[in-house]
Design a binder for this molecule. Structure first.
Ligand SMILES: [Zn+2]
Length: 221
């Protein structure tokens, strides 16, 4: 039987050291006023002026001094950034990676964790929609700043497939016609019954993820 391994999820990431470092920091034009007249600054102008980045913003927290040294990186807090995340937001230390996930969500990652988790993707590994597989039960952890941080845990694909496999096993156990249909389908495909159950479970899970990805894209457009 041919063998396959699961493709890696492809994410985009860049390392942040100072204001303006994120590639999307000046993606949008800036609307404002000059001498009481409305005007628009192009993204190029905003970048040339070194204005606050649009993705990684300045770290500012009422009551927290910019002169305080960070417990994690020991830089002064004024050298830090802030990014909005699915869980509200997170401080960005100089040197942190900013990851853009498959659904466009962004979050910071410490360099040692990033290096242990990711390899550079080869050209062509861009088909993110076919790998859309968000975490099923992200675990939110509160760090020393009191900020929420995300740990992904089990993937939604595996969770869907587990539910579907359990349902198919239960159905085959309870109903002799379902058991026979499963056994016939497995024999026809040259699979064991267990392989057939897993195949069905992941096929349905992938269809569910594809629909879920389309729904997210529609919401964002
Ligand atoms: Zn820091």
């Amino acid at each position: 039987m041919p063998k396959f391994c699961k493709k890696p999820v492809v994410i985009e990431a860049s390392q942040w050291y100072k204001n303006g470092d994120h590639p999307a920091d000046y993606a949008a034009d800036v609307e404002g006023f000059e001498n009481d007249e409305p005007r628009t600054w192009s993204s190029e102008e905003a970048k040339a002026k070194g204005w606050e980045g649009q993705v990684v913003r300045y770290y500012r927290k009422p009551g927290d001094s910019g002169e305080r040294h960070c417990e994690q990186c020991s830089n002064k807090m004024r050298a830090h950034g802030w990014i909005d995340t699915l869980e509200g937001g997170h401080v960005v230390c100089p040197g942190d990676w900013i990851i853009t996930g498959v659904a466009g969500e962004r979050y910071p990652c410490k360099p040692d964790i990033f290096e242990a988790t990711y390899n550079a993707a080869a050209d062509g590994e861009q088909e993110v929609h076919s790998h859309y597989n968000p975490p099923a039960f992200p675990h939110v952890f509160t760090d020393s700043f009191g900020d929420a941080m995300l740990f992904p845990g089990m993937s939604l694909r595996d969770w869907f497939a587990g539910q579907l496999a359990a349902a198919e096993v239960a159905s085959a156990g309870a109903n002799e016609f379902a058991a026979e249909a499963l056994s016939d389908a497995a024999a026809q495909a040259g699979q064991t019954i267990e392989e057939r159950i897993a195949f069905n479970a992941y096929r349905v899970a992938d269809a569910m993820l594809a629909l879920s990805y389309e729904a997210i894209k529609d919401r964002q457009s």
